[in-house]
Every structure is written in structure tokens, then in C-alpha cells.
Design a protein around this ligand. Sequence first.
Ligand SMILES: Cc1ncc(COP(=O)(O)O)c(C=O)c1O
Length: 393
Amino acid sequence: MSAKFDKYKKEIDRSTFIRYSDSYLNSLFGSTKVAPLWVADSDFIVMPELVKAMKKVAKRGLYPYELKTPAIKQPLIDWFTKRHKIKLKMDGLLFTSSVLTGLAAAIDELTSEGDGIIIQPPVYNAFKGLIEGVERKVVFNQLKLVDGAYEMDFDDLKKKAAEKKTKAIILCSPHNPIGRVWTRKELEKVAEICVANNVLMLTDEIHCDIVFSKSKFVGMTEIYSGKSDQIIMFGSAGKSFGIPGLVDSFIYTPNEEYKKALQSRIMRFHLGKSNSFGIVAMKTVYKHGHKWLDKKLSYLEKTVLMIDEFLKKHLPEVKLIKPEGTYQVWLDFNEVAKSDEELSELLFKKAKVGIGLGSMYSPNGEGFARMNIASPQPMIMDALKQIEKAVHV
Ligand SMILES: Cc1ncc(COP(=O)(O)O)c(C=O)c1O
């Protein structure tokens, strides 16, 4: 099994892939000669059924404007029912090209300039730019690191949610980059606070399928049902199946008013156009992807173990914050570097490993770095050895 995920096709020209592109590597790491383990994009060959389906579309020779019919949406609904026991209603589903497009549209459509939007750093760095890009104010509710695991600060959340200007929260669930899969109890508390303070819940669940065996993903829409319908969920098959450049994302809301507003925004700004390949891809992965995803999850879980063992044995100064899901790992470098300058010197110049500095993700991320592990294990092992050598020589 692992042989498939271990396979790295060298012959593929990756120079236009963002992850491998000279321009990105140079601007982020000051060099193109680093192992590119940064952006949350995977380097596994996709499931065989998907390649077959794409070939069939290619052979068709016709790529017109296409509709997302109920036949296309049904596999997505079935996936959520089977995989997560979440019931999505077909008429609550909308589509845009990406999760970030959907989030930006929702914030711009449903909040006003100057409104506060809560995020929980260390968190996916694009959220901040997105909020500021539409002239809203970022409100930080920082996560706390307690005995090697991250927790939410509910007292602070209560305070921030109660501020007059606060209108929404972007919940990252599961949470990138620290790999928490929030429990039902935690989500219940967040929901309670947001409902009590009339805070719109924007729940980014793009990583919902990347959850390891000891944890269980709980959807925020499920928690909210019965409490309130002030919720919009954002998702995509991009991370689950390693196809962010292929598929559209989806938006789900039980709230008729939000749905109408977003539908109108999508029409007015022409955000809903997709392509023939993406439509068939979504149907294929959600219909046939369960076993392939299970194998990928088990491979990723082994990769996490491999990293943990390596660090404990060879590099105990660097600590792994054990992820419960996502394919990012959050590494604590505080013992080996005292500043961002020292850490980038160590990782990018000495070790030649391109991973995201923690400060990108928050004010409280300094001293940490995020490594994308959705790559063949030999690549990850090489990177670990390079870091170990850089620390110890
Ligand atoms: C939490 C989270 N949301 C959104 C995205 C981006 O999704 P999309 O490419 O669909 O905009 C990412 C990508 O890494 C992510 O980690």
C-alpha cells in the first residue's frame, strides 16, 4: 500500500506548481534549492479512478459551460452522510471556485466595513489578509499551548465575541496549522458563545476528511442545528484528494437569507463558473474515494509516527505538537532558535528545508514552523535529516 504513496514521479515538470515554483521559493526562502514542504498541497498521485475519469472527459473533446445538477451534488451529500453522519440538504449547497473565494464573498456580503472578525491564531495565514482585504478588522482569540497541546481560550473568546464591533468568527475546523480536531464539547462551547452574542459562524471545514484514527470530526452545522441558523460552512475536496487545482469548493448554509445573499453575490460577481473536469472530478472522488482516502490517512498517520520517532531519537530539542488531523505538522524550534532570523538561517540556509515559519500564522507562532507532510515519506525523512544535521553541526 505505502509503495503507492511513496512513489515520486521525477519525470513530471513541476516548475509551474506553486509549491515548486522558483518565484515562490525565492521570495519565501531566499533560494530555490530548498525541499519544498510548505504550502498545504499534496504530492501524491491521485486515485486511479480519478485519472480514468479525467481521461474520459479529455477524450470527449467538448468542454462547454456546465451545470451542477442534482446528480453531481448527490455524491457530495452521500459522502457527508456516510463519512461524517452529517445531513446536508441539497438546496442549501452553493459553489464557488475556492474556499477563500467563498469566505471573502460571505464576509463582504454579510458584514460591513470596520466590523470585527475573530480568528484563532496560530491559524491559516490567508484568513488575516482576507479580512483586511475587505476592510474588516482582525480580532485575535489566541489559542493556548498547555502541556504540549493547543486549547481554545474560552474566556477571551467570550470577551471578544461580546465586543460591539465583532460580527463574525472564522472557525478553522480541523485547525491548520496546529492539527487540532476540535471535540464536540469544544465546538458546543464556541457555538454557545457565538449564538449568545449574535456572532456569525463561518466554519472552514476544508480539512474535515483528514482526521487520524484517534479523533473524530464533528461538523459545526450539526452542533448549530436547533441553536441557530447563523452559520455558513465552507468545504472542498481539494485537500482530501490532493486536487486543489481541479475542483470547486462548496458552501453550505441552512439559513435561507444567507443563501439568497450569497447566491446573488455569486451571480453578480460571476463567481460560480467551473469547468467540465472539475465537475466530473467532484462526482468521482465523492462516489469512489472512501478506500483511497482511508489508505492515504493511514499513510499520513505513519508519517507522523516516523517524524515523532525521529525527533525523539535524533533531535529531541525539536518537539512535535502531535496532530489529530490535517497534513501539516507544527514543530517547536524554541530550543534551537531564539528569533525568526535564527530560525530561517537554520532551516532555509543551513538545512535547505522550505517550511513555513510560525510567525506567518500568528503573533503567538514565533519559534515554531509548519511542515507539510503530504509527500512521500523518503522526502520527509531527508528533510528531517537535513534539519538534524543543521542543528548539530
Ligand atoms: C484552512 C484552509 N482554508 C482554506 C484553504 C484554501 O482553500 P482554497 O484553495 O479552496 O481556497 C486552505 C489551504 O491550505 C486551508 O488550509
